[in-house]
Design a protein around this ligand. Sequence first.
Ligand SMILES: Nc1nc2c(c(=O)[nH]1)N[C@H]1C(S)=C(S)[C@@H](COP(=O)(O)O)O[C@H]1N2
Ligand SMILES: [Mo]
Length: 348
Amino acid sequence: MIIREREPLNLEFPFDQLDGFITPTDLFYIRSHFPAPELNSTSYELRVEGAVERPFSLSLDELRAMPHETVTATLECAGNSRVFLVPQEQGAQWELGAVGNAEWTGVRLSTLLARVGLKPNVCEIVLEGADRGEPKEKPKPPQAISFSRSVPLPKALQPEVLVAYRMNEQELSRDHGFPVRAIVPGHYGMASVKWLTRIEAVETPFSGYWQTSEYAYWDDMNCNPVRRPLSEMMLKSAIARPSMYELVPQNQTYSIFGAAWCGSGNLKAVEVSTDSGETWSSAELIDPVQPFAWRRWRHQWKTPSRPGRHILLSRAWDEKGNGQPLQHNPRHGSYLIHHAVPIHVFVE
Ligand SMILES: Nc1nc2c(c(=O)[nH]1)N[C@H]1C(S)=C(S)[C@@H](COP(=O)(O)O)O[C@H]1N2
Ligand SMILES: [Mo]
């Protein structure tokens, strides 16, 4: 793993090692803003409260005894690929590997919300983690804060949204949120709050640090820029191999390989260009369509007979005909970096 930060721990998956559909847990990126709290499985308690009829707490055993589901979901950090922004932006300089695809097991959030009884005006569900600290980026809040984020109620009620306690058929590891985390498939990783200890139903939109200062973007409302929380993942494909500046043998068949995903809807096609975007050919999709999970793809490239530098690109399309952009949208600042990243290779 590529170490981006040691404390708090931030590890990136070397994306050129992409192999299976499921990312093994020890290769799954870690993105933490505060030191990982050490929660104890016997004293662990999850509170469900706020604008509700019957607030309650659950122990880990009680949670595990409830009906459970398993969902395969791709998590991508909203700052993934930041290193490719020009000019450079503040924040962790992720390359392509702050993304992974895992199997998550837990109780549907909607099951807990049905049990607690939501008041009629509830509009969002706030998920709070047990980690606390002072954020690094300005404007800094006046005191230590927790990692808390809200999910709009309609999404919180979707069957794929889990209060998860297993990842790839094992207990969650400490850095991935032991003992319990939220999994919000289709949304950027920040929505999947780790070390989840409190679920609060609210009747007015939550505007905490992690969805206004950080993990937010400028939307346009009739020519007025308005700040909105990031939510759904954007359509994206990325080339795993060859990697940047790789030497590629001439006059051979090279299998260009990568993955593609999107937050909502279904990914339909991936195209590859080996001439810096002048011509495109369709890649072969390896994995079938599955909501919220990535699809690996490959394209057999007949490498040129003459040595030289070549620029490779991949571009994803969804079933509505939306294509992955070729440039970063400046309104999105240092997040939502989903444009086609040119991979320079040398044929020799
Ligand atoms: N409590 C808590 N939850 C968190 C975070 C955090 O710092 N604290 N980081 C978020 C971010 S930004 C991402 S991208 C994902 C990463 O999950 P992972 O570390 O299991 O890959 O967790 C999210 N959940
Ligand atoms: Mo993230």
